[in-house]
Design a protein around this ligand. Structure first.
Ligand SMILES: Nc1ncnc2c1ncn2[C@@H]1O[C@H](COP(=O)(O)OP(=O)(O)OP(=O)(O)O)[C@@H](O)[C@H]1O
Ligand SMILES: [Mg+2]
Length: 251
């Protein structure tokens, strides 16, 4: 479980996260939703210790994040960032191999090669494994980055807009992979997602953020209704139900 208690963060005078307390349930898929600038990326950065809180605590399996040993944290929690830049010329396979670094410090063993291959198969890039990443389409690069996170094989996986650049086929495929990681492999996954209907169809729980504050949280079916979604996004929506899932209509 991940527990956040009274987490706050300011940049200058601007409050980015404001006294945020939340629980991320173990073995579940939690979708983090909310308008642009709400603080979703900042929240994921705090949980993964890429960024420091000003106050408040974040507990991962009971240990405060700042007290975790870096090596152990990298074997426990991985993050797919919203934007990624590379200065090196790498093949897909080399990129995905970085996911094994916490275990091997660069010396890949036989098990690593198995995990890397499995990750490439999962995202449908095995045949392009030797292609350079600077020659990939946006969606292929996104899938390669996801394979790197899969290769890290951690208990907690944080994904910041993993559907970026993916077409509908690969979006659905990725949501199914994420679900399988939770249901079959027992992972705990938090994903920032803008498509509220993907959140509704696939997630167990929602964390809705607005203006750096927790706006609502709980099981998807309890949180999603027209009133909540409308005031979260300041946008008129209609919510209908189909096959037991809520579908949000907006134009
Ligand atoms: N390093 C920084 N310095 C100053 N302000 C920052 C910094 N990083 C983020 N912010 C501000 O913090 C706020 C929250 O940013 P964040 O990236 O967490 O939002 P988000 O919810 O992920 O938005 P999006 O949906 O657009 O990705 C924004 O107003 C942003 O401008
Ligand atoms: Mg963001």
């Amino acid at each position: 479980m991940i527990e956040l208690t009274h987490v706050s963060k300011c940049y200058g005078k601007e409050s980015i996260l404001n006294d945020l307390s939340a629980m991320i349930e173990k073995g579940k898929l939690t979708a983090c939703v909310g308008p642009n600038g709400a603080g979703k990326t900042t929240l994921l950065e705090m949980i993964s210790r890429l960024n420091r809180t000003d106050s408040g605590e974040i507990y991962i399996n009971g240990g405060e994040v700042n007290e975790w040993n870096s090596g152990n944290l990298a074997k426990t929690l991985s993050i797919l960032k919203q934007s990624n830049q590379f200065t090196m010329r790498l093949t897909i396979k080399e990129l995905v191999s970085f996911g094994r670094f916490p275990y091997t410090k660069g010396k890949l063993n036989e098990y690593c090669h198995e995990v890397i291959e499995r990750s490439l198969v999962q995202v449908g890039l095995l045949e392009q494994a030797d292609q350079y990443i600077d020659t990939l389409s946006g969606g292929q690069l996104q899938r390669a980055l996801i394979a790197m996170v899969l290769a890290q094989d951690t208990e907690y996986i944080l994904l910041d807009e993993p559907l970026n650049n993916l077409d509908i086929k690969y979006s659905i495929q990725l949501m199914k992979i994420i679900r399988e990681l939770v249901d079959v492999f027992g992972k705990t996954i938090i994903t920032v997602i803008h498509d509220i209907n993907f959140a509704s169809a696939y997630a167990d729980n929602l964390i809705a953020m607005k203006d750096g504050k927790l706006f609502a949280s709980g099981p998807v079916n309890e949180i999603i209704n027209a009133e909540t979604i409308q005031s979260l996004f300041d946008t008129e929506v209609e919510v209908i139900e189909r096959k037991g899932k809520k579908v949000i209509l907006y134009y």
